[in-house]
Design a protein around this ligand. Sequence first.
Ligand SMILES: NC(=O)C1=CN([C@@H]2O[C@H](COP(=O)(O)OP(=O)(O)OC[C@H]3O[C@@H](n4cnc5c(N)ncnc54)[C@H](OP(=O)(O)O)[C@@H]3O)[C@@H](O)[C@H]2O)C=CC1
Ligand SMILES: O=C(O)[C@@H]1CCC=N1
Length: 277
Amino acid sequence: MENKTIGFIGGGNMASSLIGGLIADGFPAAQLWVADPDAERREALGRRFGVHTTADNRELTAQAEVVVMAVKPQVMREACQAIGNSVLEKQRLVISIAAGIRIEAIERWLGGPCAIVRTMPNTPSLVGSGATALFANARVQADQRELAEAMLRAVGLTLWLDDESQMDAVTAVSGSGPAYFFLMMELLENAGTSLGLKRETARLLSLQTAFGAAKLALESLDDSATLRARVTSPGGTTERAVALFEEGGLRELFEKAVSGARDRAVELADKLESEKP
Ligand SMILES: NC(=O)C1=CN([C@@H]2O[C@H](COP(=O)(O)OP(=O)(O)OC[C@H]3O[C@@H](n4cnc5c(N)ncnc54)[C@H](OP(=O)(O)O)[C@@H]3O)[C@@H](O)[C@H]2O)C=CC1
Ligand SMILES: O=C(O)[C@@H]1CCC=N1
């Protein structure tokens, strides 16, 4: 991977997280390109990371051996169509991070046979703690598979899926997942503040507790329910809180919210892939 040039079409939130994570892991900024229509964003990316920037997506495909599609799903068709010729002619490896959009649609929009790896990363990639699922089409060669994996492994955990259709569930669990935990941290901070703690005290306690719980769960051989049971002294404070969560329907609500996210990925793909060009 070290000698490759990687280009991002779209320099928004997720591209910035991947770029920041790659650079922090030692990947040379001089081998990273970003194409984005927004001049201020390009300037900010150049200043923050020292990467090459351009407004011209085709300049990026001319420079970068690996082309990461990091635009919103709603823009994927137009962006793929605009670079298709150049990607196919130069036989670039395409890595998509777009939610919902299937490999078959990306290949159709690019206009011909192409090696494509569909992935679902998440924003903790910025600090090297990302989680990314990958799925490759049959045109991806073993060295390209290794390249895609190395790039995403540099920013966190990687997992290959056996079936592309699992990607929508992954999107709902780990793609969107950081937002669920950020929401919990926010709510715990607010609750602590309502109970009379200083905002900063409640914030630090909430964040360190989230971090500690995740670290403990990752390093433990026990499952999350067992770890939870160890916090829950019979007749104690946790028991009361958990009972109130259960009574309020948190368990059902969580199932509903995560399947809602998965359904939205399917809905986006069905809508965007079937629209007339
Ligand atoms: N955010 C996240 O946590 C995750 C996002 N993803 C996926 O990543 C993709 C990007 O999401 P996110 O980073 O949040 O979105 P952002 O809106 O932050 O980033 C997209 C960027 O692409 C730019 N853009 C728009 N059109 C083009 C074009 N034709 N060529 C080049 N750049 C263009 C946008 O500019 P402008 O704003 O001016 O339109 C914007 O800067 C999505 O497909 C999403 O599903 C996947 C995993 C996690
Ligand atoms: O909210 C979204 O649609 C994107 C995909 C996963 C995380 N953010």
